[in-house]
Ligand binder design. Sequence first.
Ligand SMILES: [Zn+2]
Ligand SMILES: [Zn+2]
Length: 314
Amino acid sequence: MSEIRKHYFLEKYCVIAGERSKRPTDFVKERAPEPGPETCSFCPGNEDLTPAATAVYRYEGKKLVIQKDEDNKRVKDWEVRCFPNLYPALPGHEIIAETPDHEKHPSDFTDDEITLLMQVYSDRTTHHLENNDTQYVSLFRNHGRDAGASLSHPHTQLIPVPFVPPMIMQELTAIEEADRCPYCDIVERESGGERVIIENDYWIVFAPYCSRLPFEMWMLPKKHVSSITAIGDLAPMGKALRDALLKLKTLLNNPTYNYMFFQMDSSSYHLNIRIEPKLSIAAGFEKNTDVFINTMPPEDAARSLREIDAPLKI
Ligand SMILES: [Zn+2]
Ligand SMILES: [Zn+2]
């Protein structure tokens, strides 16, 4: 039986199409090979092909050093490199090259590598919010060509937006009108339940009750924080994200996906990260109604992902 489900606290709906449901293997797609490193302007040695870096993270011995490219000279031997997009969508549009390794994605990062990436996310968010013209920092990762990545080198993008997107504003209004934070309620409701994928003292990763997409995952801090910039210890966060991505990669043969950080410089907001694998297409019904038909019940998606043996030590 199909079931109409409502979002936890917004007027949004999805249809869980139970009788059309599939097994995880039905979602596995063959991926076309992506361009090799010889053409890659994000790879080490090709720094001159990009604008001068705004922040370069590198180690001197064991000490982490953060530098910029000064006088048009490029800093080498980096771990993470942030630089302006050559074709910015909006002023300030930045690329975060997550690793010098062309083939290594966050699902395969070590604990130290993923924690460093979280620090870069936090630092760059802070940096862009210091600009008074920035009302919202869009931080997202497109994995694979059909999820919007035009270059295959592992990278995240950050776009400062000079207004608060209406979708975020609507959500913030609903949060502020509620008696208590709806996301804190979600943590309580989902904790220990059948839709949990990863859970530890600080973070919960789960398939949301109203999943619009097959294998959609949300990641929430258990403590109410509005943005990554307010998190003291970034290691548990990085590991939860890494493990969620590794489970997804293992279960579904490295599917393309987007992940997005939803965060605000407002104490009422509750940081959340959403991972959306690209396994289905929004077709006529979705575009006609904004109601999504999902053929993978989140309870089944969560069970399959939970059972995948990925590192869970946090
Ligand atoms: Zn590369
Ligand atoms: Zn909250």
